[in-house]
Design a protein around this ligand. Structure first.
Ligand SMILES: Nc1ncnc2c1ncn2[C@@H]1O[C@H](COP(=O)(O)OP(=O)(O)OP(=O)(O)O)[C@@H](O)[C@H]1O
Ligand SMILES: [Mg+2]
Length: 143
């Protein structure tokens, strides 16, 4: 089954479930060095208000934090013989992830059911819900 998928995207927000998703994707990649692994993190705009005026702003310290996380992940990926890449995108997470999948012809997404938000009444968070609905390929939801 695994070799059917050659370009994997891991959606990573540094939550426990996204760590689990990354781990699972790493294990998949270890089974075939032809599998390409792309770890995608999306920095969300800070304030919702500027949207109304067409301005979007980002928190520089959050960007720095995510860049540090990105470097840590890159180190974890180094031992793999596979082609691996990490990305820090900016915008609406669900939309950016789906856009990335399309642009890069990815054929498999791995992500957590929930992320950093504390609300747990629903099984899926808004990002995983959006990606499952809109991605053009299979999505593995880790729980
Ligand atoms: N900013 C992000 N960048 C990359 N992947 C993300 C991002 N946010 C969420 N994800 C992915 O989506 C999964 C589910 O997170 P999601 O954000 O949907 O749930 P939540 O944080 O619990 O709820 P919500 O954000 O809707 O309040 C995460 O485990 C992660 O794999
Ligand atoms: Mg979230």
């Amino acid at each position: 089954m695994l070799t059917d998928y050659s370009r994997i995207v891991v959606a990573y927000d540094h939550s426990e479930l996204s760590k689990k998703a990354l781990n699972m994707a790493l294990n998949l990649a270890k089974q075939d060095k032809q599998i390409q692994l792309n770890v995608v993190m999306v920095l969300q705009p800070t304030k919702p208000l500027p949207y109304a005026y067409g301005f979007v702003s980002y928190d520089d310290s959050q960007r720095e934090e995510l860049n540090t996380v990105r470097k840590e992940i890159e180190q974890d990926l180094t031992p793999l013989p596979n082609k691996t890449r990490t990305f820090l995108l900016e915008g609406n997470p669900g939309q950016m992830i789906v856009e990335f999948v399309k642009q890069n012809n990815a054929d498999f997404v791995v992500m957590g059911s929930r992320g950093l938000s504390g609300l747990k009444e629903l099984f899926l968070g808004s990002v995983s819900h959006y990606v499952v609905q809109k991605a053009p390929c299979p999505v593995l939801i880790v729980k």
